[in-house]
Design a protein around this ligand. Structure first.
Ligand code: SF4
Length: 613
């Protein structure tokens, strides 16, 4: 017995074939879970140079490693593919209950290949999968889609689906499960490119760990240790909205007006205490006691009556600070739209900020924006703009491409205002105020995201966030720990204050794999995953030139940002050198043959030319 099923479901949408395969034990030991399995299968099976939106791309969905057990805060699941925005490795992580149900259905993962001739969905039940007609679902939003699937297959049906934005190939389309999204990197776009509306699962039961009694005892100990954590308790009350007061109001780390400034006038209107006034109930992913999700309802003003689960800190950044809005009702309503259309809220907000800056500088006009006055904070214009992006209508067609591609189409120097790394819009921490994030964004294999390597010690002032050196080891450690967490499907919120030793013992009791009790073994696995992701990208033509930041951060001093005022990222090259040295990459950003061998990735040598001995 083990929390691994050892089974992978392969579905070919072109041929209609489905097959159940065994996952080799060595792959389980070396790559551990969704993110690791995802890069291993994609590296092995995708030919370099394929179109991310062509039938040759594959969509990998990985179930929770401990899903379906009573382990606390391990319900997340992962998605991976070749990304439509970067052209390199893409991954996203999602909460909800899909991961646990997929595991209970008997699968550690699904690989979806090819392209369906017409809109389709996959239904999994009783250890089998069917490809079914989705004509009636096509065009529905993500809530309607899940409702309709429950009507068809029963009230306990759980689905991961796309909305209209994924169908229309917006480059930052998300996959939505229940009230949660796998939002970053355009995994929903790849799903849409396959004419795949949803993957629905019907499965009830529990997963029995390898050593049930030990697992039970350790789970209880873990719960007791988590109960005492104040920070985690704050999440139960407020969700991640508490970060707004800390990172924006006090530490000036939240980007304002398209990453020009660090202070948001009126931030007190959109802090956790204000958002709590809209709370109507809590929401939790499968089996989670923290329940950091907050369902909120707008009570007055133009958005009165709109209900959504959210926003989180990143949503407040995206529909608040970066577009200079402090109306909480709009943030709630805008988040609802993003979730229903199935678009990443961070990319959406940064696309709006980009459009506002172009509007301010006269590069685009109201005529270009379908009559919308895109002035800072003008949420009356932003609400229809989000709808246009979700439907890909008018200016929404252009902005649905993401800031990098949109800027290339607009020309006139618009690239200077397109805040992205490798084609992914930047998240809610100002890199000039948090140099650990400057480095993390630049070197992330998937483009700039806040959860690739979160530099906790910079954020909490345990290290100097403004220091221009000494970040290489920090970013490597956090990137490694995140890669492990994405395999264990461990929630960074629900597991605040997690005792790693206890967690590792739990993994052994769950899986029966003794090596998982050794943190050094897990760290090596995490670095193996990072290294293979990088190799995937290098095979696609990436190199050091892609590990960079927009010129704004290197040349324009940050404005109005407390102690970070006047900061630039002066030493990006030095920071990157530090990271490469720590990770075992040559100064061209390519893993050395020696490092590849140490990590058991010999087969990569020779496939990435610059690593030849
Ligand atoms: S803490 Fe929040 S995100 Fe994490 S598992 Fe619980 S409800 Fe989901």
């Amino acid at each position: 017995m083990s929390t691994y099923t050892g089974k992978l479901l392969r579905v070919n949408l072109t041929t209609g074939a489905t097959a159940v395969e065994s996952i080799p034990e060595q792959v389980v030991r070396d790559f551990m879970g969704p993110r690791g399995f995802g890069i291993k299968y994609l590296y092995d099976e995708l030919k370099p140079g394929i179109d991310p939106l062509g039938p040759e791309n594959k969509l990998f969905l990985g179930a929770s490693m401990l899903g379906g057990t009573f382990g606390q805060g391990f319900a997340k699941w992962g998605v991976a593919c070749k990304g439509p925005a970067t052209g390199g490795f893409a991954k996203a992580v999602c909460g909800g209950d899909f991961g646990a149900r997929l595991k209970i259905a008997g699968f550690d993962a699904i690989i979806i290949e090819g392209k369906a001739e017409k809109p389709s969905y996959i239904h999994i039940e009783g250890g089998k999968a069917q490809i079914l007609d989705a004509a009636e679902l096509w065009g529905l939003d993500t809530e309607e889609t899940q409702d309709r699937l429950r009507q068809r297959h029963g009230p306990k049906t759980v689905a991961a689906c796309i909305g209209p934005a994924g169908e229309k190939l917006a480059k930052y389309a998300a996959i939505v499960n229940d009230r949660r999204t796998a939002s970053r990197c355009g995994t929903g776009t790849v799903m849409g490119s396959k004419n795949l509306k949803a993957v629905a699962v019907n499965a009830i039961g529990v997963i029995i760990p390898h050593e049930p009694q030990t697992f039970k005892r350790l789970s209880r100990e873990l719960v007791e240790s988590l109960k005492a954590n104040q920070s985690r308790m704050g999440l139960t009350e407020f969700g991640t909205t508490t970060s707004m007061k800390k990172y924006s109001g006090e530490r000036h780390m939240t980007p304002v007006r398209n990453f020009r400034e660090g202070t948001l006038e009126g931030v007190e209107r959109i802090t956790h205490t204000e958002f709590n006034k809209f709370k109507i109930k809590d929401y939790g992913c499968y089996g989670c006691m923290t329940r950091c999700g907050k369902v909120r309802k707008v009570t007055e003003g133009p958005y009165a009556g709109i209900v959504t689960e959210g926003p989180e800190y990143e949503g407040i950044f995206a529909l608040g600070a970066v577009i200079y809005n402090t109306d909480p009702g709009f943030i709630i309503a805008g988040e609802a739209l993003c979730d229903l259309y199935g678009i990443d809220i961070i990319s959406t907000g940064v696309c709006i900020a980009f459009a506002c800056e172009l509007f301010e500088r006269g590069i685009i006009s109201a005529k270009d924006a379908d009559g919308l006055e895109l002035t800072w904070g003008n949420h009356a214009a932003f609400y229809p703009l989000i709808e246009k992006i979700g439907k890909r209508e008018g200016i929404g067609e252009l902005l649905g491409e993401g800031v990098k591609r949109a800027a290339e189409q607009i020309g006139q120097g618009a690239e200077r205002y397109a805040m992205n790394v490798k084609g992914i819009e930047m998240p809610g921490y100002e890199p000039r105020a948090v140099k650990g994030y400057a480095l993390s964004y630049a070197v992330a294999n998937i483009g700039s995201t806040h959860m690739w390597a979160r530099p906790f010690s910079d954020l909490d002032y345990r290290t100097d966030p403004l220091a221009d050196e000494g970040k290489g080891e920090l970013v490597l450690l956090e990137a490694t720990r995140q890669a492990i967490g994405d395999c264990i499907t461990e929630c960074v919120f629900g597991n605040r204050g997690l005792n790693l030793e206890l967690r590792n013992q739990l993994l052994v009791a769950a899986t029966g794999i003794e090596e998982f009790g050794d943190q050094a073994y897990l760290d090596e696995a995490g670095q193996r995953i990072l290294c293979l992701e990088r190799a995937f990208n290098i095979r696609e033509g990436f190199s050091r030139k892609d590990d960079t930041l927009p010129s704004r951060f290197r040349t324009e001093p940050l404005l109005n940002a407390g102690p970070a005022t006047g900061q630039t990222v002066r030493n990006l090259d030095g920071l990157i050198d530090e990271y490469y040295d720590a990770a075992g990459y040559a100064r061209n950003g390519i893993p050395t043959p020696q490092r590849l061998k140490e990590l058991g990735l010999e087969y990569v040598i020779g496939e990435i030319p610059a690593s030849l001995p």
